[in-house]
Structure formats: structure tokens, C-alpha cells
Write a protein that binds this ligand. Structure first.
Ligand code: IMP
Length: 424
């Protein structure tokens, strides 16, 4: 198998966990390259369900090396809890998991600032997961961040933490009327984490370079999705990292020349959790009915996801940014009961037809989708395993999308379980 990057093609929650899990069978290394425990990757194996937030879903397989790259921001408490959760389910991470020593850490003040900033924004809030992701990346970029490696040097860790707290406590007290954090409490807690996490720390680029030399296969596991990319997404309603294909290189230390394929995962419809423009969003009773059909509730926060029709305008932009070699369509079965299905092919804005993604978030918020309508198939697809046996209208739907995007589909998923998959 080639070295593959898996990318969420729109707003995240496309079902990447299942697809990574399936492809992991054929690879040797799985590496997360961005985000943090804001992600929630759900994998169902038999009757068991696993929701992973930080550790690559490859951990559910034996003998796969799972890596957390430098592009990820790590909440050590969340990491240790996830390790414990896996161990309680009989999955041991020892030896299989390595964490980049230059990944940045999330601290309690990041989570607090995330929460207070959201609160202060009122109805302009982003709808973050409140996991401290944005503030941790902000510290990284403003060169205030504290990295995994700092946990191993008590003196410099203590200095960096003190400097940070000076600034953060000022902000908390004077801007947000919040409570300051105690240096000693955080220091002691993080030194305890350090002792537990130390055996997992590693030089990830070296491990991956060695893997490439040995012709091992690497799967790059993206979190969130293209339209949440801090550069290319619906800014400012985005996450603070680069979930797009290019992020795989920056977030792991592997050069672009070593990536062979990019696969985009897309749902058969669109969803979004959190605030921000979503032109094809459903409304009224249908929205609630559809959400229940698709069980569209956030894996990390439990928030109801906003649902809408497939948006080919956003998807074309996602194809442009990621240059997908293949697409994977998930949750086709959720459309099984619909008489007609719509695909958004353009937007109308002040009398003008827009066929390209408008960069101005205000335009995206106020435009009206232009739809193409296709007949539904009104039968269950869940038990089908052969593409040719899918109802003709289901194939026509998949093929129309593929035609609009100019990218072939190679997997269609018709249920959460591993076996509920059609390879084309
Ligand atoms: P943050 O990543 O917690 O800062 O949240 C920023 C935006 O990204 C919010 O709209 C979140 O709902 C969204 N977001 C973050 N992680 C995920 C995810 O894993 N799936 C879907 N949306 C996400």
C-alpha cells in the first residue's frame, strides 16, 4: 500500500475513524498530524464501539505503530485517560504508541481561556469544543508554547510555566474577570504526567524516515475537515490547525515527495457542528428527523450536528485544496428512505450565480443554494456488499457527484461496522 493521507473533506465527522481503521489492515504506521482531543473518531468492531480523541484509531489493531505527530496539541490528562480507557477494554498501548517530543502541550489555562473567549463573543461565538485547542495553538505560534520535551527538563519547564502564568493570569483576572491559576498546582500535576508520558516520547520524523527507508506503509490520519482549516476554511469559524492534505507534512516531519495518495472522506450529505455558514443546512421538522436517521450527534461533545444536502461547491474547493486521488462516501444508507435527494451545484448571491466557493464568509452566510434533484432509491442498502448490486438510483447519485467533482469513489460505507463497506 502507498503512503496515504486521509482527509475530512468538509466540516469533519465524515467517518474517518472507520476508514482509517479499514485501511490500517494494510499499513504499518498510523500517524495523527493535527488537532487535539477536539476530535472524536468512532470505530465499531463487532458489538464494541470505541471513540478515540487523540490516539490514532490504528491502535485497535495489533502490531501497528501509532504516532502522535508534532502538529497535534496534546492535553496530557486526556492522553493518559485515553490510554487507561483502552487498557480497560483490553488494548495495551505500550510499545505501539509514540508521541512527538516537539508536540505542544495544552494546559488548564488554555481550556479556561477557550471557554471565557467563547462566552465573551456572545452570538459571534465559534462554537468550539472548549478543549483549549485554539489558545494552545496561539501560544505555539506566538512562541510562548510549552512542548512535550520541556516536561523532561524541570528547570526550564518551571521557567516557561511561570512566564506563561504571569501573562495568562493577568488576562484571566483583568480581561475576563476570571480566577488565576496556581503555579505549584499545575507544576506538580504536569510533573506527574511527565513521569507517565516520558516512555512514549520520541523523535517522530526519525521514526517515519526509518519506516520509509524500510519501505513500510504510512497512513496519515487527519482530524476535523477541510472547511475547518485555519487557512482554507470558513474563517473565523474554523479550528486552529491545518486538517488539509498539506498539514500531513508539517504535522509529522515527512516531506511531500514521500506522500503517494490523498483520500478524501465525505458523507453522502453534509454536516457541521459548531457555528458558521452552512448554505445547504436543513430546517424545520425535516432537520430533526434527518439528524435522528443519521444519529448525528457529536462524538466529543454530544452536541446535535447540523445536517444538510451534499454541497458540491464546497466539495470542489476541497478537491482543489487537497487534490484527492480517491473519495470515500460514508453513510449512504442514511439516505435510503428519501424520495428525492438534492445536490447543491451553485449558489445565488444578489442575483449572481456563484459556481466557486466564495472566500467572503458573509457571502457564504447569505447566499442561496441552487440544487439539482435526483430520485431516491427507497430501499435498504445496509446489507449490500457489491457496488453493482446497489440500487441504480444510488449508483446514479454517487456517479453524479463523482462527475461534478472529477474524482472517483473507491469505497462506499453503508453502516458503522467494518463489514458494512463496499469496495469499488
Ligand atoms: P475547536 O477545534 O475546539 O477550537 O473548535 C473550532 C470549530 O471546529 C468548532 O466549530 C468545532 O465544532 C469544530 N470542530 C472541532 N473539532 C471537530 C471535529 O472533530 N469534528 C467536527 N467539528 C469539529
Amino acid at each position: 500500500m502507498p503512503n496515504i493521507v486521509i482527509v475530512g473533506s468538509l466540516f469533519g465527522d465524515e467517518g474517518k475513524g472507520k476508514i482509517v481503521d479499514l485501511l490500517t489492515e494494510k499499513c504499518d504506521y498510523v500517524v495523527r498530524f493535527q488537532g487535539g482531543n477536539n476530535a472524536g473518531h468512532t470505530v465499531e468492531i463487532g458489538d464494541e464501539q470505541f471513540i478515540l480523541h487523540l490516539i490514532p484509531s490504528g491502535i485497535l489493531h495489533n502490531n501497528k505503530v501509532c504516532l502522535i505527530g508534532n502538529g497535534v496539541v496534546v492535553d496530557p490528562q486526556a492522553l493518559l485517560e485515553e490510554m487507561q480507557f483502552l487498557e480497560s477494554r483490553g488494548i495495551f498501548v505500550d510499545g505501539n504508541l509514540k508521541v512527538s517530543d516537539i508536540a505542544h502541550l495544552i494546559f488548564p489555562y488554555h481550556k479556561k481561556l477557550d471557554e471565557l473567549r467563547e462566552h465573551k463573543k456572545g452570538n459571534k461565538k465559534i462554537g468550539t469544543t472548549k478543549r483549549g485547542i485554539g489558545p494552545a495553538y496561539a501560544d505555539k505560534v506566538s512562541r510562548m508554547g510549552i512542548r512535550m520535551i520541556d516536561l523532561l527538563n524541570e528547570k526550564s519547564f518551571s521557567e516557561k510555566l511561570r512566564n506563561n502564568l504571569e501573562e495568562k493570569n493577568d488576562l484571566l483576572k483583568n480581561v475576563y474577570a476570571g480566577q488565576p491559576f496556581s503555579f505549584q498546582e499545575i507544576f506538580d500535576t504536569y510533573m506527574e504526567y511527565a513521569a507517565k508520558i516520558k516512555p512514549y516520547l520520541a523523535n517522530v520524523p526519525m521514526i517515519l524516515m526509518d519506516a520509509i527507508k524500510k519501505r513500510k506503509n504510512i497512513l496519515f490520519e487527519g482530524a476535523q475537515g477541510t472547511m475547518l482549516d485555519v487557512d482554507f476554511g470558513t474563517y473565523p469559524y474554523v479550528t486552529s490547525s491545518n486538517p488539509t492534505a498539506g498539514g500531513a507534512c508539517i504535522g509529522t516531519g515527512v516531506a511531500p515527495s514521500k506522500i503517494d495518495q490523498v483520500i478524501g472522506v465525505t458523507k453522502a450529505y453534509s454536516t457541521r457542528v459548531g457555528e458558521g455558514p452552512f448554505p445547504t443546512e436543513f430546517s424545520g421538522d425535516f432537520a430533526g428527523w434527518f439528524r435522528e436517521q443519521g444519529k448525528e450527534f457529536g462524538a466529543t461533545t454530544g452536541r446535535p450536528r447540523r445536517c444538510g444536502w451534499f454541497d458540491a461547491v464546497l466539495m470542489k474547493y476541497s478537491v482543489l485544496i487537497n487534490h484527492f486521488d480517491y473519495l470515500v462516501m460514508t453513510k449512504l444508507d442514511v439516505l435510503d428512505k428519501l424520495e428525492t435527494i438534492k445536490i447543491c451545484t451553485a449558489y445565488m448571491y444578489k442575483g449572481e450565480l456563484l459556481e466557486l466557493f466564495p472566500q467572503d464568509t458573509d457571502v457564504l452566510t447569505n447566499c442561496t443554494p441552487v440544487y439539482e434533484e435526483l430520485p431516491g432509491w427507497m430501499q435498504s442498502t445496509n446489507a449490500i456488499r457489491d457496488y453493482k448490486k446497489l440500487p441504480a438510483n444510488a449508483r446514479a447519485y454517487i456517479e453524479r457527484i463523482s462527475e461534478l467533482l472529477g474524482v472517483p469513489f473507491n469505497i462506499v460505507s453503508i453502516g458503522a461496522k467494518r463489514e458494512e463497506t463496499i469496495f469499488i
